[in-house]
Design a protein around this ligand. Structure first.
Ligand code: FPP
Length: 234
């Protein structure tokens, strides 16, 4: 990519369309998720290489538990395989993996796999990959409020200390605001993804299904991002 482009510091991706991609190719939904997972590994490495410092991926929403049991099981097993066996390429790139979301009711094998990859990558400082798993943006705010109420009751935080910096630092992860959120598959919704962090984000909605959202498709999003005038309310 051209050097003078502004690269967003924090990019979020709502990886939508695995199921429709599978139908289009006469495959099962599981095969669609598998193709999505293969794509995301390539994409993360590319994003890091072009200079993105923080990547947030919407892997599984709290609402996704409502899907068919078979699909939920497939996704849980896929997460285990990725975090225990397939994320070596991510570690080789010096990418630190962190998670956002509620641990309950994720199966123990998934939690263990998440803990393994978090601890194996804890010293990495090339880029942060934040995986939103059993995640909901509204629940994230609720959990931050509850945590703050407890700290307040215990006298560990005062009202004066609570400002936007405090809130950012007390969400699931202390990440900078999102500069760019990409949603694949043509849907133009935020679907409960990082509500607080996306206050001033630029949205990029693209028709491509996630398994086909290639490195060059990402570069296209960066070009579009560079056409936008960011105003931050000013
Ligand atoms: C949405 O497509 C996709 C998901 C709910 C799962 C995303 C998961 C992956 C890409 C696998 C691995 C991810 C990580 C970060 C470890 P959809 O099934 O809703 O597609 P559809 O709307 O076409 O049915």
């Amino acid at each position: 990519m051209e050097e003078q482009l502004t690269i967003p510091k924090h990019v979020g991706i709502i990886m939508d369309g695995n199921g429709r991609w599978a139908i289009q190719h006469g495959l099962t939904r599981s095969q669609g998720h598998r193709a999505g997972a293969d794509n995301l590994k390539k994409l993360c490495i590319h994003m890091k290489e072009v200079g993105v410092s923080y990547i947030s991926l919407y892997a599984f929403s709290t609402e996704n538990f409502k899907r068919e049991k078979k699909e939920v099981k497939f996704l849980m097993d896929l997460f285990v395989t990725l975090f225990t066996k397939e994320f070596q390429t991510i570690l080789d790139q010096n990418i630190k993996v962190v998670f956002s979301g509620r641990r309950d009711p994720l199966p123990k094998k998934v939690l263990d796999a998440m803990d393994v990859i978090s601890s194996r990558s804890s010293e990495c400082d090339g880029c942060v990959l934040n995986i939103c798993l059993n995640y909901g943006g509204q629940s994230e705010i609720v959990d931050m409020v509850k945590k703050t109420c407890l700290l307040y009751q215990q006298g560990k935080v005062s009202l004066d200390e609570i400002d936007t910096n405090y809130v950012q630092a007390n969400l699931y992860q202390n990440l900078p605001p999102l500069d760019l959120v990409i949603r694949t598959s043509g849907e133009c919704r935020i679907s409960n993804f990082m509500l607080y962090q996306s206050s001033y984000t630029e949205f990029y909605f693209v028709k491509t299904y996630f398994p086909d959202f290639s490195e060059s498709a990402f570069d296209q999003a960066i070009l579009e991002f560079n056409q936008r005038t960011r105003k931050f309310g000013g």
